[in-house]
Design a protein around this ligand. Sequence first.
Ligand code: XMP
Length: 321
Amino acid sequence: EWTVASIVDDQVRAIRAQVGDGRAICGLSGGVDSAVAAALVQRAIGDRLTCVFVDHGLLRAGERTQVERDFVAATGVKLVTVDARERFLTALAGVTDPEEKRKIIGREFIRVFEQAARDIKAEGGVDFLVQGTLYPDVVESGGGAGTANIKSHHNVGGLPDDLSFQLVEPLRTLFKDEVRRVGLELGLPETIVHRQPFPGPGLGIRIIGEVTAGNLEILRAADAIAREELTSAGLDRDIWQCPVVLLADVRSVGVQGDGRTYGHPVVLRPVSSEDAMTADWSRLPYDVLERISTRITNEVHEVNRVVLDITSKPPGTIEWE
Ligand code: XMP
């Protein structure tokens, strides 16, 4: 019989069987998948797991704290944080092509993670790498039979041979809703379990145009407002996620006070979905949309227009890049 508790038991047993008395590391992305994968492995092997959190500077407001404080408090996991913000900005300078961004972010992430892994390994043999790969990731990255590669998904993979890790992927057969239930079963806080899915490349693929410190700051501010308003309207559980996208390459004319503005638009992309394979645009209440729009244009000076994406998936993907 299928229950969440039995999934946890089965996975804990499978992880123990695979890892034996070996050691493992796990990259935390700030997302729910890696958090649940890490919590499962922590449950199975305790402090023989070390988690590595790479701050690539493409995170939303408050996400680093959520990992460093809340996740650690809930799981007791051993955590190493690497501050790589400058490195990512340098690598992304001048890049606007979506796939190129994804490749750069994925590559830099692997390099930073690899160095951290080497350091940890030097302290005493680590043989296993934990990944929060979900079933839809497997399918969309071309792992399933006959599926096209739509976007190159960013996960820690392809580490060099001399690191020679065996992969531990306890979520590989699960969909997102199942992963959330497993997270709750493991005692993770609601704020982590019901956090919107967030892509590995982070805000880097929600800036249409160049990823700069300035653009990140604008997007982070707009995104925080949208999230605050959706949360206070009690809508977090009704929508799957609501990417906020900065059109850094676009400007439009506006008016504020008695002055002309020439600012950037942000796009709200609220979607409802079961598993992210398909999605419908969310019919958010107009008063909530109005509050988000008013606050963003008042509080984020570089933004003078808020637009709503009303495209389902397909034909649109959830993220813009
Ligand atoms: P798309 O844009 O393909 O997104 O409709 C489907 C779901 O996947 C998330 N997403 C990612 N998650 N690494 C991830 O871990 C990625 O590279 C990535 N790209 C998109 C997206 O937020 C949505 O939930």
